[in-house]
Design a protein around this ligand. Structure first.
Ligand SMILES: CC(C)(COP(=O)(O)OP(=O)(O)OC[C@H]1O[C@@H](n2cnc3c(N)ncnc32)[C@H](O)[C@@H]1OP(=O)(O)O)[C@@H](O)C(=O)NCCC(=O)NCCS
Length: 163
């Protein structure tokens, strides 16, 4: 973190002595990187805090066996994990699941950075398109995806549970 600056004079008050030009504090950028198993507890906590079902560990291990680079996290040096997303590739389409950013880190481009990175990784695997599911009662999720250029597909059908 940047060292905190001493408080300046109240607005509208002249300050005596030479003028100090303090460097503007820089926001700490999140590093977008591949998930490591040591991130698992933090990732589960992040999904829980953001109201997303955690991917069961068995399913996550199976997904990562096929695409270990397709789970991407956003990591900050000061706070740790602030966002995560899981991608899968079925050989034809890419799928994006469980995108989540901690509430106090939203609207700073974290989800855009995560999804941008994952889209590139899916494209490198040969996925020409990406699909995902958004529940209709999630307007902020819908706005995010629409802003990224994702369009609703009315022709998707879902099965009843198979088991
Ligand atoms: C949806 C979510 C992932 C967005 O994360 P984020 O890091 O805040 O997103 P970004 O900062 O990259 O947003 C990019 C753009 O998406 C749009 N957007 C994102 N959140 C929005 C919101 N709450 N309302 C309206 N537009 C929104 C904006 O256009 C935004 O750009 P701007 O901030 O310059 O206006 C986050 O709100 C979240 O984790 N929600 C809970 C879990 C969830 O719904 N996941 C997606 C399910 S499919």
């Amino acid at each position: 973190m940047q060292p905190s600056e001493p408080a300046g004079p109240p607005r509208g008050t002249a300050s005596a002595g030479p003028r100090r030009t303090a460097p503007a504090p820089q926001p700490i950028a999140a590093v977008v990187r591949t998930f490591r198993w040591s991130d698992h507890p933090a990732t589960v906590g992040l999904w829980e805090r953001t109201g997303r079902d955690a991917v069961p560990e068995r399913e996550l291990r199976a997904a990562l066996e096929h695409g270990p680079e397709l789970m991407v996290v956003a990591d900050r040096a000061d706070t740790g994990l602030v966002g995560a997303v899981l991608g899968t590739f079925d050989g034809r389409r890419g799928w994006i699941q469980r995108l989540a950013v901690l509430p106090e880190h939203r609207r700073g481009g974290v989800a855009s950075a995560l999804v941008g990175e994952l889209e590139q990784r899916l494209a490198a695997r040969g996925a020409p398109r990406v699909n995902l599911l958004v529940l209709p009662d999630n307007p902020e999720g819908l706005r995010f995806w629409q802003r990224r250029g994702y369009l609703p597909c009315p022709d998707v059908l879902c099965t009843k549970p198979l088991t």
